[in-house]
Design a protein around this ligand. Structure first.
Ligand code: HEM
Length: 563
């Protein structure tokens, strides 16, 4: 009997021992290959958990900044951490030069299939999840829509939404005073995160595809409910074991669909039905010359601009996006551009509530810039120009985005062997110091957005505190950080940095002006803590099951009285 027949014979008559032998053999081969991984030369912290390794230490915002501070001191700036199991090693680059190399070379360091699968099963394969040529096509078509000229046209709608939120809160305060029979006390306890998120949904709905969710007024719109249910389910599911299994074994979710995945499918059906119709209407409008302007902002929404850029005569047929791709991008903007901004605004208000002196200083600066005539676009544009140049508002926004980045960290995988440069020599486990180190195809890289923003050696010993004035005298070390915005990693860096950065700053500054000049924000009794659930979100300590919330006391600002 030849070897092949012997193996088949053995497998048929001793299936259990054959399965065990196959597993042991595969494991032995895997270990041999793993031993040759150049990443093993990098120093690694001890005490990794058997399952989950160092992952909680690097993704949990309550632990990560402390763990990373300790590791940098002990092991240097390029560290090997254990991934989900003992044989999965990841690179944690806290060296600005190494991290810059990874983010700049985005064709080599791509998003891993696990995260791409997770995102595309939610919002389709739009710009966030796509890679290689599909990605380049997406980015090329979307980039003109995010030019400063086009974003400027959206400023009045952002401003008006901030005003509407302010009016709604005042109306609620007046109603409460009337119901209670009191003569004063225009104050409410509000889940600020929820309310700001209603306004940011409205803004992105209008900006992305000229659609009125009207969420500040009520939350019953069909498309709004579909998006909200879908995103909230995805957030709630993201920490479940079922979700983790489905990431590694996508078939699992198809064979054993959970209630959550069914809710996501229902949301996707509604979005497809309603939003596809919008894409067709817009396309017909553009092909007909895009003349009439009863649209809210005359075809300046991102969908119209993407369709125009896609239909431009100089774009070869092969480089055009399909309607499906365009719809996926609209979904991507809804996903990437709603919670991120509402978290950025909420965390800023939270920090200002914790630091009333800074809030008062900011209010004084903002009140010196009176609100514009909201019926005149020119007046609103002039108002934003003033806001954009206010030094303390700028410092507060940068400091809040530094300390509380809505996206805590991200992942990349090396799609080919590479050599990574370093700013200071890496001392390997063999005791040899190197100016660069090798990385093998397939290695996972953890991109520490918050980690770089909170690094004490780079930002100073007070890096974990909220000090807006630091921006007037930054340490020289910060200049080496490869961030796309003011040396911050908050919007990432390199070719795959956030496309919505400028839009976010317009919305943040405009909302802050309206809210801070009209209200005083103070802490409620509840202790608010941060947790990384797809994004860094606020939760009431001990009440995680209630979902993300950020209760605050919001009081009407009365000049002279509230100061
Ligand atoms: C404060 C608000 C925001 C923050 C902090 C933020 C942060 C980020 C970060 C860190 C990335 C890189 C993610 C990664 O590498 O895994 C990213 C990518 C992206 N963001 Fe944002 N974002 C914000 C607002 C927005 C808005 C308003 C939009 C759109 C309307 C948007 C659209 C996108 C898109 C499409 C990408 C993928 C870009 C690419 O891969 O080329 N973001 N964002």
């Amino acid at each position: 009997m030849d070897l092949e027949s012997s193996v088949i014979h053995y497998a048929l008559f001793h299936p259990v021992s054959f399965a065990i032998a196959t597993l042991l053999f595969t494991y032995a081969v895997y270990r041999c290959v793993a031993q040759t991984d150049p990443l093993l030369l990098l120093p690694s912290p001890p005490n990794a958990r058997l399952l989950g390794g160092h992952v909680p230490d690097v993704v949990n915002p309550s632990l990560s900044y402390r763990a990373q501070d300790e590791w940098v001191k002990k092991y240097g700036r390029n560290i090997r951490v254990q991934g989900m199991h003992p044989w999965e090693h990841r690179l944690l680059p806290l060296d600005p030069v190494s991290l810059g190399h990874v983010l700049r070379n985005y064709a080599i360091y791509q998003k891993p299939w696990q995260s791409r699968h997770q995102i595309s099963s939610l919002v389709g394969c739009g710009m966030f999840a796509a890679e290689s040529e599909t990605y380049s096509r997406h980015r090329r078509v979307a980039t003109p829509a995010f030019s400063w000229r086009n974003l400027r046209a959206l400023i009045p709608l952002v401003f008006n939404k901030g005003e509407e939120l302010k009016d709604k809160w005042k109306e609620m305060m007046e109603q409460q005073v009337a119901e209670s029979g009191r003569k004063s006390g225009m104050s409410l306890k509000l889940d600020v995160c929820h309310w700001v998120s209603r306004a940011t949904f409205d803004v992105v709905g209008l900006a992305a595809f000229d659609y009125q969710f009207n969420a500040v007024q009520d939350e019953s719109n069909e498309l709004l409910c579909a998006y909200k249910d879908m995103f909230e389910t995805a957030v709630a599911q993201s920490t479940s074991v079922q979700a983790l299994i489905s990431v590694y074994f996508p078939l699992w979710a198809k064979i054993f669909p959970s209630k959550g995945s069914e809710a996501i499918l229902r949301g996707q059906e509604t979005i497809r039905r309603v939003a596809s119709k919008l894409v067709q209407q817009k396309k017909a409008w553009i092909l007909a010359g895009g003349e009439e302007t009863d649209k809210l902002h005359g075809g300046k929404d991102l969908l119209s601009l993407m369709l125009k850029s896609n239909l431009a005569t100089d774009v070869p047929e092969s480089e055009r996006l399909s309607d499906e791709d365009i719809l996926n991008n609209v979904n991507t903007f809804m996903f990437a551009g709603t919670d991120t901004i509402s978290l950025a605004v909420t965390w800023t208000l939270f920090l200002l509530a914790k630091h009333p002196d800074i809030q008062t200083r900011l209010r004084a600066e903002l009140r010196a810039t009176p609100p514009p005539d909201r019926t005149s676009d020119d007046s609103v544009h002039a108002h934003y120009n003033e806001l954009a140049s206010l030094p303390f508002l700028n410092n507060v926004c940068r400091e809040s985005l530094r300390l509380m980045p809505p996206i805590h960290s991200s992942m990349r995988t090396a799609t080919e062997d590479d050599v990574i440069p370093t700013s200071t020599p890496v001392v390997g486990t063999d005791g040899i110091a190197r100016d660069s180190f090798a990385i093998r195809k397939g290695t996972l890289v953890h991109v520490p957005m918050e980690g770089m923003n909170l690094d004490k050696e780079l930002w100073g010993d007070d890096a974990w505190q909220f000090i807006p004035d630091r921006w007037d005298h930054l340490p020289k070390t910060v200049a080496s950080v490869p961030g796309s915005y003011s040396s911050l990693l908050t919007f990432s860096a390199g070719g795959r940095a956030c496309i919505g950065q400028r839009f976010s700053l317009i919305e943040m500054k405009t909302f802050l002006h309206t809210l801070i000049t009209n209200f005083v924000f103070s802490e409620a009794d509840e202790k608010v803590v941060k947790a990384n659930v797809l994004m860094t979100r606020p939760y009431v300590s001990g009440r995680f099951k209630e979902g993300s919330q950020c209760p605050m006391i919001v009081t009407q600002y009365v000049p002279g009285e509230s100061d």
